[in-house]
Design a protein around this ligand. Sequence first.
Ligand code: GRF
Length: 224
Amino acid sequence: MARKRVAILISGRGSNMAALIDAAKDESYPAEIALVVSNRPDAGGLERAKESGIETAVVDHAPFGADREGFERALQAVLDAHNIEIVCLAGFMRLLTPFFVGRWSERMLNIHPSLLPSFKGLDTHEHAIAAGVKIHGATVHFVVPKVDSGPILAQAAVPVLAGDDADALAARVLTAEHKIYPTALRLLAEGRVTIVDGRCIVDAQGETSLLALSAIPNPTPREP
Ligand code: GRF
């Protein structure tokens, strides 16, 4: 089966992007990273993608001002030009309108640094520490018009340890993010995900545990 053509949308350093690129280096992986697009010309992830030989593009949101759909039409044109089939948001810091989200319905994933539906929005690690939760984590979900609310495809949990500050907790969560995002994309690209009543049904056979990671032995941190 042909590998699915994936675009990763970034705004920053791109460590999740790098995890997806690494996974897709394996030819048996069912998706190829055909394009990385940033809405910020200075995103560190752009260099990282180029170093891996991945094509990059910048669609700067700034000239569009408040015209969100105008920005999205420009973005869509770039994705169309590259025959993209799946979009992965990875630290992409733009709110998307129903126009763009509808265009990519059930074909666009996001990774969010909390166990959704807890701690939607920004500063999730600060909020988790302030709430005193003992378990925190990350979620890969489909993108719907409402922010951080789409069907959940994969989650990973990590402990919140005494003395954690937001940075320490973020680093632990990030290690988990780098594991679940490639797994989630693989299952989508293999056509093993169905959405029923807003929930993901996954034909994952032996891989169910990968969709709900909680024990992460000997994590090897990726450079942030
Ligand atoms: C990650 O924590 C991701 O969950 C959130 O933004 C951060 C992006 O980090 N959406 P990176 O650019 O992938 O390193």
